[in-house]
Design a protein around this ligand. Structure first.
Ligand code: AMP
Length: 400
């Protein structure tokens, strides 16, 4: 079966066409600047040259049509016709408390996703536009929604309740939801597989360290806690996001700088994190290069970042009363060799020992701890698109 995986943003649309039998990526690409001048589709078919198509994309429906045209094109296409696309899997950021797993999209599901718009105003409306555009172009193709929040729905109340008036939870559903769930699910399952165990036998901590980052505690296959919260702003220090801070800082800075809460929110999301501390970049490669050149603030940013990850590992070890494996994933987790080593320095009390030679790896599944290490450390590349394709295949196979 061929599954089209769609990740739709407000002005962008990423896609992959995956053969679910072989799990091969047949093509992938990106539509950028949808609804803005200068729209462009970059289409990369497997085994053929990448093509760039610069053409007007006034809306997402036009973008989806162009993606289908690219996938079925006689030169750079990978399938003969639309009939060879058996289902579409959509990434949806927020499923609220309604969705603890992926679902086949129908009118009721669409309405429920819309109800979560308030909780993810930048993401869910765009995800819905992507779904509706695909429905318009492919009315007879089954569609599945895969939620970033779903894997974390197993968290117990004590982990998801904030120390706030309970009425805010009742009235507005203010609670911890967590994000990157598809990645935490995939990576924790893969970690168990690499260790030759089932996930149900293990206590696993997944460190998803990318531009956005989150840590989760997966206890015998179930997520019991995660660092992101009501929004993806909470938790570890990130590329441009502050992570957890004293909430009183917001009012303090608003008064000192004479800015509004909305402006403060933008600073916390876009101008903070390692970018804010270092004043160099949000990209860890740039910060590492600056730190190597003795830039003090770049060093401080990296140290604060590693420390924040190590603290969550400690907290989640306590939450699970132990840990068997710690997996590093996403851009920084998969590629930053020295970063993993720096975080591992904080974990000696657990009896962990990183193996410098094994840790010398980027983007590959591998145990990076010594034989003697009491806790296994691993590098596990995430693959959210494959996870979405697998869940889509599983759901439509059951339905048909
Ligand atoms: P992601 O959001 O998962 O795409 O991750 C993006 C982050 O991964 C950026 O901050 C990159 O600097 C970082 N990254 C990617 N490759 C490397 C690398 N080879 N070494 C260090 N960081 C990397």
């Amino acid at each position: 079966m061929n599954i089209l995986v769609i990740n739709c943003g407000s002005s962008s649309l990423k896609y992959q066409l995956i053969d679910s039998d072989t799990e091969a990526v047949l093509a992938k690409g990106l539509c950028e600047r949808i609804g803005i001048d200068g729209s462009v589709l970059t289409h990369a078919p497997a085994g053929k040259d990448k093509v760039k198509i610069e053409t007007s994309m006034p809306n997402h429906t036009v973008a989806v049509k162009l993606v289908i045209d690219a996938l079925t094109d006689t030169n750079h296409g990978v399938v003969q016709s639309l009939d060879e696309i058996n289902a579409v899997g959509h990434r949806v950021v927020h499923g609220g408390e309604k969705f603890a797993s992926s679902v086949i999209i129908d009118d009721e599901v669409l309405a429920a996703i819309k109800e979560c718009n308030d909780l993810a105003p930048l993401h869910n409306p765009a995800n819905l536009i992507g779904i509706n555009s695909c429905k318009e172009i492919m009315p007879n193709v089954p569609m599945v929604a895969v939620f970033d929040t779903a894997f974390h729905q197993t968290m117990p109340e004590k982990a998801y309740l904030y120390g706030l008036p309970y009425a805010y939870y009742e009235k507005y559903k203010v609670r911890r939801y967590g994000f990157h769930g598809t990645s935490h699910d995939y990576v924790s399952a893969r970690t168990a597989e690499i260790l030759g165990k089932t996930r149900e036998e293990l206590k696993i901590i997944v460190c998803h360290l990318g531009n956005g980052g989150s840590v989760s505690a997966v206890d015998h296959g179930k997520c019991v806690d995660t660092s992101m919260g009501l929004t993806p702003l909470e938790g570890i220090i990130m590329g441009t996001r502050s992570g957890s801070i004293d909430p009183a800082i917001c009012d303090f800075i608003c008064q000192k700088e004479n800015i509004t809460p909305a402006e403060m929110n933008t600073i916390l999301n876009k101008k903070s994190g390692v970018l804010g501390i270092s004043n160099v970049s949000s990209d860890f490669r740039d910060i590492e290069a600056a730190a190597a050149n003795n830039n003090k603030l770049a060093k401080a940013a990296l140290e604060a970042f590693y420390y924040s990850v190590a603290k969550y590992i400690g907290a989640y070890t306590a939450a699970m009363n132990g840990v068997d494996a710690i997996a590093f994933t996403a851009g920084v987790g998969e590629n930053n060799i020295s970063g993993r080593a720096e975080i591992a320095k904080y974990l000696g009390y657990l009896g962990t020992e990183i193996d410098a030679e094994k840790n010398n790896v980027r983007g590959e599944d591998r145990v990076i701890s010594t034989e003697a290490s009491k806790v296994a450390l691993l590098c596990v590349p995430t693959n959210e698109e494959l996870a979405i394709a697998r869940q889509t295949t599983a759901l439509i196979s059951v339905a048909s």
